[in-house]
Design a binder for this molecule. Structure first.
Ligand code: ASP
Length: 309
């Protein structure tokens, strides 16, 4: 059966626990030349395609680095909107059918919400959704959750503040849904009304019986937060160019936060986290980047399990 990775909703707690344990092992393996060689031998001959129709730094390069560290070959198009047959009018479906015959898995980023599902419907190779418009970014959700586990030592009974452009930001949507799997979590969505989290996400949290509130009072929200997950204004997706999310993590916000809180951000950051914050031990966003490599190694290894032999 083809094992696609399309949405945060497809994971259960057991799968996440296994994946995080595997990511921990990848971290250890990379420190040992002997174990690295063994890992490469396990995946020799496999090929992953990264097909990106939207800009990316971390997601594409971390997937490609993860693949190569596993011993998997990579074929890639980083600007598929311009440099693939899409410019000649080829449909996504036909492109996917083609790439699936060259690769054992396809990592797809696309500007249209739902593109990953569309691709999965015709693909013989597993599709990994690396961001579909303002829809979802499940592998970012995985690395965010893994980072919370590492930083806080648990995934339940946490107060998580998720803020910024929640209307157009796909990472916040994926993370919020995953947090709903764990008992006792409380989510506070901080944004201006026009950029608040979508009703589809709050309806899902209602179903999961996860407590949440929406507010535009950042300082009040962070006072009791264990995790502050911050995001940028998604300029490429907002229809009103004058709109501002307007919230910045700066010294005043740091002063209001608990001493053991952590700040996460999927990156890239624009001006919504002041660079002075970077040296505060609570700033975990660069540790989060590193975790992305181990999670994507673990994910590729799981998705491609059994395909190398
Ligand atoms: N890199 C993340 C994404 O692709 C976050 C962002 O771009 O703001 O969604």
């Amino acid at each position: 059966m083809t094992q696609h990775v399309l949405t945060a909703r497809q994971f259960n707690k057991r799968q996440l626990k296994q994946l995080f344990a595997k990511a921990d092992r990848m971290r250890v393996v990379l420190q040992s030349p002997l174990l690295r060689h063994k890992l490469v031998d396990e995946h020799r001959g496999l090929v992953v395609a990264t097909l990106f129709y939207e800009p990316s730094t971390r997601t594409r390069l971390s997937f490609e680095s993860a693949a190569q560290r596993l011993g998997i070959g990579v074929v890639s198009t980083e600007n598929a909107s311009e440099y693939s047959s899409a410019t000649k009018g080829e449909t996504l479906e036909d492109t996917i059918r083609t790439v699936a015959s060259y690769a054992d898995a396809i990592v797809l980023r696309h500007k249209e919400e739902g593109a990953a599902e569309q691709a999965a419907a015709v693909s013989l190779a597993p599709i990994i959704n690396a961001g579909d418009g303002k829809g979802e970014h499940p592998t970012q959700g995985l690395l965010d959750l893994y980072t919370i586990q590492r930083e806080k030592g648990r995934l339940d009974n946490l107060h998580i503040v998720i803020g910024g452009d929640l209307a157009h930001g796909r990472t916040a949507r994926s993370l919020a849904q995953m947090l709903g799997l764990y008992k006792g979590n409380k989510i506070t969505f901080v944004s201006v009304p026009a950029l608040q989290i979508g009703d589809d996400i709050t309806a899902y949290l209602d179903q999961q019986k996860t407590t949440y509130t929406k507010t535009d009072n950042l300082i009040e929200a962070v006072k009791t937060a264990d995790v502050i997950y911050w995001t940028r204004l998604q300029k490429e997706r907002v229809s009103n160019p004058g709109i501002e999310a307007g919230f910045v993590i700066d010294q005043e916000v740091l002063d209001a936060m608990k001493n053991d809180a952590v700040i996460l951000h999927p990156l890239p950051r624009t001006n919504e986290i002041h660079s002075d914050v970077d040296t505060d031990p609570r700033a975990a966003y660069f540790r989060q980047v590193e975790n992305g490599l181990y999670i994507r190694m673990a994910l590729l290894d799981s998705v491609l399990h059994g395909r190398a032999s």
